[in-house]
Design a protein. Sequence first.
Length: 85
Amino acid sequence: MKAAAAQLNTDTSTIRRKIMQGIVGYWYEDEGQRLDSRRDIRRPILADGKPYESIAAAARELRLPRPTVHARIKSKKFPDYSYQK
């Protein structure tokens, strides 16, 4: 790791952090590239008849807090907010 740090003109701690975060191009030789362990948790929704890829995307475009969009999906008072099937 010291040789890699010297070649890249950086600290070994920086290289170690990039390996642990799974940054593309940084891995231990005996392991290979680490896969992103976070799963994709986005669920497509319909809000006001318009499709969105996630609650966060709808909240950004509608300028509403994410919890508000989520509450509207769960509420019977907002039938035009729902998860796509």
